[in-house]
Design a binder for this molecule. Structure first.
Ligand code: PLP
Length: 456
């Protein structure tokens, strides 16, 4: 079996990896010694390493394997497409069946006015392509000064140059350059760390007022768009105060600023709906970006969903006889689109969004029972997008020193007990496949209870 073969080769692979693979987001103070953990197999809610250790996957790969691992029918759909027609261009007037079918399906699932799809290979590329299209849109409307994008501190939008600039997590850009002239960051909406004495409603007013003041300062004529994750993910699973997104959208509408929802994580069921913008947050974005759960990670794919109103401008011929000169060799890749179509079929057939709506509140409730641990200052999130924040002092919310590596220690202890969760600094993130049941959640919370006990 593949497990046995990998077991025999584990040492060689470990060395090849350490010597040649530049890992993304990896701590090089320890990597050279520790090397990698090779994950070789997966099935349902589990993954397995090269030594045969089995873990419950508490992070859906990387917030993406929404339908769970080992779905043979997705593999089969990809194999069928790859053997029939693995790749051909979608430039000019060429297309392929899965790309066309998926575009129609996404238009059906998205809010009613979003009926046009631009494909890319992942979330960063989707955000990057979006900003390029937004700039082009305003250029074509004769508003070339509308260039600045408003993002937020602690946002995560990816690591291509533009997406990294949109990202507001300072440590992500340490000693990297960014395109600062194109982006302004507002405060993030962090209810746990909001100013002392402010109610959530007042905090919302405060954040909206900051946006209005920023528009006033920079000038609406210089601002193209506002981009936000419905719930901030990598920046700490921050749920904004009630009504925040709708009010931010109202500021956009009043100032001819486009509203872009980055649903790379929140899309495809994580909050109980295919898209959270309209159903959960009462917003009608001009653009929704998605990736990850779109194909449940079985193949790389990103998509930018664009409104009829924008497409009316993007889809008209250029005065100079030019073409819409943007796109990738792999825009609308047939094998990725075939994976996405089968993935969506599974989500619909198995009622996966409904499972999240039913079981999600139980996950929230059970994780909150971990608050009795000394370091657990906040348990937050929604449905299958959750986070535990570790602190030194619950009253003052003071953080533990970075060297304490509290998130790492908790994640390590959980892994020793058969559960993978994600450490991000002092945070521990739980973003599982959307097929977890109440029984799985009970097992997970038992493991986490022991892990926090051992680590803190
Ligand atoms: N946007 C959000 C909200 C994300 O969480 C991520 C990745 O985690 C991205 C964009 C970037 O996606 P990718 O890593 O596929 O480029």
């Amino acid at each position: 079996t593949s497990t046995t073969r990998t077991e025999l080769d584990a040492q060689t692979l470990w060395r090849q990896d350490r010597d040649h693979f530049i890992h993304p987001f990896t701590d090089y103070s320890t990597f050279h010694e520790q090397g990698c953990d090779l994950i070789t197999d997966s099935d349902g809610i589990y993954v397995q390493d090269a030594h045969g250790n089995r873990f419950i996957d508490g992070i859906a790969g990387l917030w993406c394997v929404n339908v769970g691992h080992g779905r043979a029918e997705i593999g089969q759909a990809m194999a069928d497409q790859a053997t029939r027609m693995a790749y051909f261009s979608t430039f000019n007037n060429l297309s392929n069946a899965p790309a066309a079918e998926l575009a129609a399906k996404l238009s059906e699932l998205a809010p009613a006015h979003l009926n046009h799809v631009f494909y890319s290979c992942g979330g960063s590329a989707a955000n990057d392509a979006t900003i390029r299209l937004v700039h082009y849109y305003f250029n074509r409307l004769g508003k070339p000064n509308k260039k600045r994008i408003i993002s937020r501190n602690n946002a995560y939008h990816g690591t291509t140059y533009m997406a990294a600039t949109l990202t507001g997590i300072a440590s992500n850009n340490w000693e990297f350059d960014t395109l600062e002239h194109l982006v302004t960051h507002l405060s993030e909406a962090n209810c746990y760390r909001r100013p002392e004495g402010m109610s959530e409603a007042e905090y919302c007013d405060h954040l909206v007022a900051e946006f209005e003041a920023t528009v006033e300062r920079i000038g609406a004529d210089n601002i193209a768009a506002f981009i936000a994750e419905p719930i901030m993910g990598a920046g700490g699973v921050l749920v904004a105060p009630e009504g925040y997104h709708a009010r931010m959208q109202a500021v956009c509408r009043a100032n001819d600023i486009l509203f872009i929802a980055d649903e790379v994580v929140t899309g495809f069921g994580r909050l109980g709906h295919f898209f959270a913008s309209e159903k959960v947050f009462d917003t009608q974005p001009d653009i929704i970006n998605c990736a990850k759960g779109l194909s449940s990670g079985y193949a790389p794919l990103g998509a930018t969903l664009i409104s009829d109103e924008l497409f009316e401008v993007l889809g008209t011929p250029q005065g100079k006889g030019g073409v819409l000169s943007t796109g990738f060799t792999y825009s609308g890749h047939p094998v990725s689109c075939a994976a996405a179509l089968k993935n969506i079929e599974i989500i619909e057939r198995e009622g996966i969004c409904k499972n999240v709506r039913e079981v999600g509140p139980y996950l929230e409730e059970r994780l909150k029972t971990l608050s009795h641990h000394a370091t657990v200052g906040d348990v937050r999130g929604s449905h299958f997008m959750m986070c535990l924040e570790n602190v030194a002092d619950k009253a003052t919310k003071e953080l533990l020193p970075v060297e304490a590596r509290v998130g790492d220690r908790v994640a390590f202890e959980a892994q020793q007990r058969g559960l993978i969760i994600r450490p991000v600094g002092h945070l521990n993130i739980v973003s599982p496949p959307l097929i977890w049941t109440r029984d799985t959640i009970d097992r997970v919370v038992d493991i986490l209870d022991e892990a926090f006990g051992a680590a803190t």
